[in-house]
Write a protein that binds this ligand. Sequence first.
Ligand code: KIV
Length: 269
Amino acid sequence: MSIIKNDFEKMNITKIKKFKNNKKLTMITAYDALFAKLFEDIADIILVGDSLNMSFAGKPDTLSATLDQMIYHTNAVCAGAKDAFVVLDMPFGTYNNKDQAIENAVKVYAQTNAAAIKIEGGEDRAEIIEHLTKNSIAVMGHIGLMPQFVRSEGGYKVRGKNKEDEDQLIKDALAVEKAGAFCIVVEGVMSDVAKKITQAVKIPVIGIGAGNVTDGQVLVWSDMLGFFEEFKPKFVRHYLDGASLVKDAVNQYRTDVQSGDFPSNQEEY
Ligand code: KIV
């Protein structure tokens, strides 16, 4: 039986769950129709991450992203990638309790074609996740280093460096699974601990900065295509030197404009 996105069947949560112990999941972020269309036939899942607040809006962290902004970008992504499995990342402060979470998740389903939402939090958010999944919302969990906690934690800290934290992370993963999430993002976790988390749950674990023993990987598109020049986190691999390519091309354009080479006879009416 084929569960492979490259065959180009539309993904759903049943197919995604079947990747566990079978084939690695590839997830990538997208924030607009143009890039979503490029990724759609390749990635298994497209995440409209609240990382857009940093890489798209230029803010210092993800915390000021709003639900309306996430809905706007998700609609753009869904318009570009009509057959993709698109996940909307619920922004900070939109799922603090069960009532608020369900109200906002229903708004997402009503106003976009997102297939699922993503929620940061482990044991402490399990009740909220359970309330959502019991009310027919597909939830992707997110544990480990959770960017929405950057201010309260005083920075981005790699998790799982001691036994106590390892035990907590495993409890988090089990609680998120029990609450009905169909898969979990595990971010910024020591790879041996990410391995134990992956083995502890029956749903796919998608890692970022968590080694390669997870059931899949996710990267932010602008990081992996080399557009983010400020710094390169250890876990990012550059598959393109996007920033240099774009700058070289725009420089060439300016040179051609200044020299009168552009537009040529063939490029005019
Ligand atoms: O916001 C985002 O892009 C994310 C991924 C890094 C998992 O949450």
